[in-house]
Ligand binder design. Structure first.
Ligand SMILES: *Cc1c(COP(=O)(O)O)cnc(C)c1O
Length: 407
């Protein structure tokens, strides 16, 4: 009665304590194929013979053995992510930060204990570099990755094993030239890790541009509904085996429920992203004309400092769905009044969801970054970061109008 087909006739003769743990479970797959991937919660797997399980443990045969290694729900999501990014293989991780840590550690596995990182990064990524990696003996150097000469100088000096960039930087939305940076990395024998959370595979597929790793916080656009925490690393053939091996040891894997929700979310991701990008364009144009707005940061702005790279790298009319803006003369108190006056846009810490969200980087994503470092990054006290949702643009604009009037 180890495996049963329908219910558990073999369990019929057993006592209730035995039935409770065996009956109905471990049914053999029928010839019917579910149209979507089920949630596989099993922590371990067995086979008809111990010899087969032995071959699977020995990696002579593909198969599932233990959920820290992989499971069928995650495998389906990983296949989907690899396909979206045109990569060689993927790993679904417990969070975007876990994914970044795994990608960086794999990139540094050749023994070079040095990283050159973009000087504008997600706040927790700065924390990972300065509070986790640097104290463990890894040399961390920041460079302006939108200035290729500055990047080349930093790479020549510190001979990094890893270059870390974001395809659209957070929160000022700068766009580095991923392909040229990949060429610099390859010439220097370094691996390029691109956090592509903001760009998503709709705007850019870093591996097609020469990067070695593309990292995502699935929490954002890919899952897209504000109900999942997850991350992913997509990488090339050269690094995949090492990445998998590291993940199997550390076990920062995505749970099967989150995998299921992410796959379900991704089915509408291209539709959501198109709509969110279109809404962001309308919001950016409207904000730029508002007297209380001092400055708008948006990749679709023809006068954006990286406009040439954006034209070259992104498809026409897709500029991402993030808009950052500076409220004229505002400090913390005025920004708080603006946030508290919003009725539709949600003032919460995240981005990429179906609902529009606004975040105050000084209070949230870049809170842990010292004021001096923030200043160097160009993140001022009047800066607000807006993530466009799929609502009607007119309703979002009316909400922003109302809240700006309260400043
Ligand atoms: C949110 C985010 C992360 C971290 O992802 P989590 O899923 O919160 O761990 C990393 N990079 C960027 C650009 C992000 O927006």
């Amino acid at each position: 009665m180890r495996t049963t087909k329908s219910g558990s006739p073999a369990a019929g003769a057993c006592q209730i304590h035995t039935k409770a743990v065996h009956a109905g479970d471990r049914r053999k797959p029928s010839s019917a194929i579910p149209v979507t991937t089920p949630i596989h919660t099993a922590s371990s797997y067995f086979y008809e013979t111990s010899a087969q399980l032995d071959r699977i443990f020995g990696r002579e045969e593909e198969g599932y053995a233990y959920a820290r290694y992989d499971n069928p729900t995650n495998a389906a999501l990983e296949e989907l992510l690899t396909s979206l990014e045109n990569g060689y293989g993927s790993l679904a991780c417990a969070s975007g930060m876990a994914a970044l840590q795994l990608a960086i550690s794999t990139a540094l596995a050749d023994g070079r204990k040095s990283i050159v990182a973009a000087d504008a990064l997600y706040g927790a990524t700065v924390g990972l570099l300065l509070n986790v990696l640097e104290p463990s003996g890894i040399d961390v150097r920041f460079a302006d990755v939108c200035d290729l000469a500055a990047l080349e100088a930093a790479v020549a000096e510190s001979k990094p094993g890893c270059i870390l960039i974001e395809s659209i930087s957070n929160p000022l939305l700068r766009v580095p030239q991923v392909d040229r940076i990949a060429a610099i990395a390859r010439a220097a024998g370094a691996a390029l890790v691109v956090d592509s959370t903001f760009a998503t595979p709709m705007l850019l597929r870093p591996l097609e541009r020469g990067a070695h790793f593309s990292v995502h916080s699935l929490t954002k656009y890919l899952a897209g509904h504000g109900d999942v925490l997850g991350g992913a690393v997509v990488c090339d053939e050269e690094h995949f085996a090492a990445l998998r091996a590291l993940s199997r040891t550390i076990g920062a894997v995505l749970g099967p429920f989150e995998s299921y929700l992410t796959m379900r979310g991704i089915k509408t991701f291209p539709l959501r992203m198109e709509r969110q990008c279109a809404n962001a364009c309308r919001l950016a144009t409207w904000l730029a004309a508002h007297p209380k707005v001092e400055r708008v940061h948006f990749p679709g702005d023809p006068s954006h400092p990286d406009a040439a790279a954006i034209r070259r790298l992104f498809p026409p009319d897709l500029y991402g769905a993030m808009v950052s803006f500076e409220i004229r003369g505002a400090g913390r108190d005025e920004v708080f009044r603006f946030l508290d006056a919003l009725e539709i846009v949600v003032p919460a810490t995240s981005l990429g969801d179906v609902h529009s969200m606004v975040l105050y980087p000084v209070m949230a994503s870049h809170r842990e970054v010292s004021p001096k470092h923030r200043e160097r990054m160009g993140i001022r006290d009047n800066l607000v970061r807006l993530s466009a949702g799929i609502e009607s643009a007119g309703d979002i604009i009316a909400d922003l109008e109302r809240a700006l009037a309260a400043v």
